[in-house]
Design a protein. Structure first.
Length: 150
């Protein structure tokens, strides 16, 4: 796969460890033999893991400010909790690993730990500095959990 499909700085990696058993990355992370996970959550439009012995869910969505990501966030939240309950590890990824997948991870922390958007965003950005959510996803996260209330 060609890494030149999008610009990546030297500080950016294909994947980053976020917490315990949660990893956040780009499409190249799903093919990285150094990353040992048992599950994927894929947010790209196309996926083909029939040849891999890995469990995954495919939640296709465009990185578009008008795309409704919240239903996918809730599906991913439940899936991540199932994975963590088994003691397994999960990679959440999209094409660049900056917006869609980061939105899922931020939602997870907001809901799981009763964080407001800014706190969850800062926590994830500290672990993966390249994240850059589109404005529509940010607005949806802020609206669903106003000031961390849930």
């Amino acid at each position: 796969m060609n890494h030149n499909l999008f610009h990546q700085t030297e500080e950016e990696r294909d994947w980053d460890f976020i917490e315990d058993d949660i990893y956040l990355g780009n499409i190249f992370a799903s093919h990285d033999n150094q990353l040992i996970v048992s599950h994927f959550i894929c947010l790209t439009q196309k996926i083909d893991y029939k040849e891999y012995a890995i469990e995954y869910i495919h939640l296709p969505i465009d990185d578009d400010r008008n795309a409704g990501i919240l239903p996918l966030c809730e599906q991913a939240y439940d899936y991540i909790n199932e994975i963590r309950a088994k003691g397994d590890k999960v990679l959440i990824y999209c094409f660049a690993g900056k917006s869609r997948s980061a939105t899922i991870v931020i939602y997870y922390f907001m809901k799981k730990y009763n964080m407001d958007f800014e706190t969850a965003h800062s926590f994830v950005k500290e672990k993966r500095p390249c994240i850059s959510l589109n404005p529509g996803f940010i607005a949806q996260l802020k609206a669903v959990f106003p000031q961390g209330e849930h």
